[in-house]
Ligand binder design. Structure first.
Ligand code: FES
Length: 100
């Protein structure tokens, strides 16, 4: 994985899909175009959270980096992704630093 990309993993399990996760299929188109190359979106089979006690409240779920988010709308997920990409830009080496 590219260190300068935010990895977004969408749960594509049936429970998440039915309970709102199908909207996450629009994530790539909903992220501002300028940020799309900084984000790597992939799917995952059921992440298992829906099977825990109270798990239905944890759907739909997705991970942004290693952080788990549950019950986010598409708009909220996009906002979190934008925040995540701005944090890697904050810590990314400047061209001068990276050439050392
Ligand atoms: S279907 Fe998403 S956690 Fe199970």
């Amino acid at each position: 994985m590219d260190q300068n990309k935010i990895k977004v993993t969408i749960c594509t399990g049936t429970t998440c899909y039915i309970l709102g996760g199908s909207n996450y299929l629009l994530l790539n188109l909903s992220i501002p175009e300028a940020l799309r190359e900084r984000v790597e979106i992939s799917g995952s089979p059921c992440m298992g959270f829906c099977q825990e006690e109270g798990g239905m409240e944890k759907t739909p779920c997705l991970k942004i980096g290693e952080e788990l988010y549950t019950g986010l709308s598409l708009e909220e997920a996009v906002k979190k992704i934008i925040e995540a990409t701005s944090s890697i830009e904050k810590f990314a080496p400047t061209p001068k630093e990276s050439s050392l």
